[in-house]
Ligand binder design. Sequence first.
Ligand code: C2E
Ligand code: MG
Ligand code: MG
Ligand code: MG
Length: 269
Amino acid sequence: SAKASGRNCVRTFDPMLRRPNEDAGKLVPLLAAAIDRRLVSLVYQPIFDLRDGQMKAVEALMRLRMPDGTSVPPSVFIPIAERSGSIIELGRWAIKTACQDILASDRMTTVSVNVSPVQLRTPGFAASVAAILEETGVSGSRLALEVTEGLDMEMQPEVLRCVADLQALGVEIWLDDFGSGYAGLSWLRAIEFNTVKVDRTFLHDCSDERGLTMLQDMVALIRNRGNTILVEGVETEAQMSVLQNLSIDRVQGFHLGRPVTADLLEASA
Ligand code: C2E
Ligand code: MG
Ligand code: MG
Ligand code: MG
């Protein structure tokens, strides 16, 4: 069918996806041992207040280095870790490491860590975050968790309970990649997100009138709900002007700062 050939077509252009089963097969045991073998690390990308230009937070992004020195992008290894279950341990490691790094840092005030829907659905997740805060001595208000609306992610009562428990710890819950998925509006209704991150496709499409109108509508929708608006994927000065005109709260992107190691972030002060 056209759909099947379309999929094959994509595969031939992406070496990581060419033999998905084989690659996934190799990654599953590696991901299970990645923390012990020190193959995973975190990099941090700054998030700025658009009005005063101050760095307000950093987003932690996971990196995976293969034993041969090559790296595998999160878009490839995160879905595999979600299916194999390794995401639970990797996710806990990421939150703990981010908390340790923030304590050692002079520049990081707040850190946001991406969490998978698999983690949110796992019983005891909020308690494990509470334990990490307790262990590291980091105040909950310095931690934000970024959640993405997933296709298979319904508004289960356990998820809503988990979000409420986390917010009770002072931990902020941010909606990531808003507008890229399927359940965005129902999520927005069900959860009081502290910040909504507008998916970068809305910014990248706003070079024409129709695209700009879409971005404006999106911003109005979020603003009317009272959520802080963060636009990610800022790559040019022209995009910065568009966002300034829309009075966006916060911005993040390669134009403003790439993801770097904690050491480099400190040194760039
Ligand atoms: P995300 O959470 O939406 O993170 C933003 C992604 O966009 C990052 O890619 C970042 O490097 C990239 N980015 C930042 N600024 C720009 C820009 O100006 N232009 C463009 N084109 N891209 C930009 P990365 O690090 O490859 O991560 C991809 C995705 O993998 C993340 O998307 C997130 O969903 C997932 N991910 C990364 N680390 C973790 C983690 O620790 N746990 C979980 N569950 N997911 C993670
Ligand atoms: Mg994110
Ligand atoms: Mg995401
Ligand atoms: Mg995002």
